[in-house]
Design a binder for this molecule. Structure first.
Ligand SMILES: [Ca+2]
Ligand SMILES: [Ca+2]
Length: 287
């Protein structure tokens, strides 16, 4: 029996070796090195203490309203009980002159804080609905510059939660990490480390981290390395941080068939789901 299992295992391993792209969607358990925080010093953080959204640290880019299959609105962002909370909800009367639809939110450190290299971590609970996703990511304006490299700026998705209730092999408990550069048109390029498991991420706090140095991006979940990327060259420019929720779809209309998130499961009866962020901490390498 053991020989049969070993034989089947070796066949699967052989197939995975020949077609690694076919297995990139299979979630894996973080198993790399542990983050060594003694290499770093804290340079910026928000613990979200108190009840006020700290406008010295973040902006809510209210001028962006329609976003994919929903709308971003600053009314959906709040701070309470030591957390930043981004609420997602269907508003039948719309908001801010926009029509009925799913409303959610985004905050960024753009114009307030940006950094090149270091370690970036957030501790959070993810919003439990299919058809949408939360993310902790970083950007700069160079991301849009098409020059064949990511040196000038790279969208780094420290995590995106695309798989709620994808219960095959508990895949729904995994998040994806990746990079995009050279804009979002036909020259757009990117890469991904694939999906990695967190611990009950829709019910419990997990930490999601990125170590960024001149050679590579190293991703972490709960302080354990998941994977590394350096495709296209590593950004050597300061970048700002973003926390956001998005609804799959286009033109403000939630669409079941896009982005692989499944059909949105959040009812249109006033039900709410929350992206709950305990903290964001940024460190720089010690000199
Ligand atoms: Ca570029
Ligand atoms: Ca907190």
């Amino acid at each position: 029996m053991n020989k049969i299992i070993a034989f089947i295992g070796s066949i699967i391993f052989a197939i995975a070796s020949i077609f690694p792209w076919a297995f990139n969607d299979f979630p894996k358990k973080p198993s790399g090195q542990k983050i060594d925080l003694t290499k770093f010093e804290l340079t910026w953080s928000d613990e979200f203490d108190g009840d006020e959204f700290d406008e010295t640290k973040w902006i809510d880019p209210w001028w962006i309203s329609e976003r994919k299959g929903g709308y971003w609105a600053k009314e959906m962002v709040s701070v309470s009980d030591g957390n930043l909370i981004i609420t997602t909800k269907y508003l039948k009367d719309g908001l801010n002159g926009n029509p009925a639809g799913y409303y959610t939110g985004i905050v960024e450190t753009r114009t307030k804080f940006e950094q090149c290299y270091g370690y970036f971590e957030c501790r959070c609970i993810l919003p439990p609905s299919t058809g949408m996703w939360s993310a902790f990511w970083m950007m700069n304006e160079g991301v849009f510059n098409v020059d064949g490299s990511g040196d000038d700026g790279t969208e780094v998705d420290i995590f995106e939660s695309m798989r709620y209730k994808d219960h095959w092999w508990k895949a729904g408990d995994s998040v994806v990490s990746g990079i995009h550069y050279d804009g979002y048109g036909e020259d757009s390029k990117g890469d991904s480390i694939g999906y990695y498991f967190a611990e009950n991420p829709y019910d419990e706090y997990n930490t999601y981290g990125l170590e960024w140095n001149p050679d590579e991006y190293i991703f972490y979940i709960n302080g354990v390395e998941t994977g590394r990327l350096s495709t296209g060259g590593v950004s050597d420019n300061p970048q700002y941080l973003i926390l956001s929720c998005e609804v799959a779809g286009e033109n403000g209309i939630a669409n079941a068939d896009r982005h692989g998130t499944g059909k949105i499961s959040l009812p249109q009866d006033g039900s709410e789901v929350y992206f709950i962020v305990d903290y964001v901490r940024v460190y720089q390498y010690k000199q």
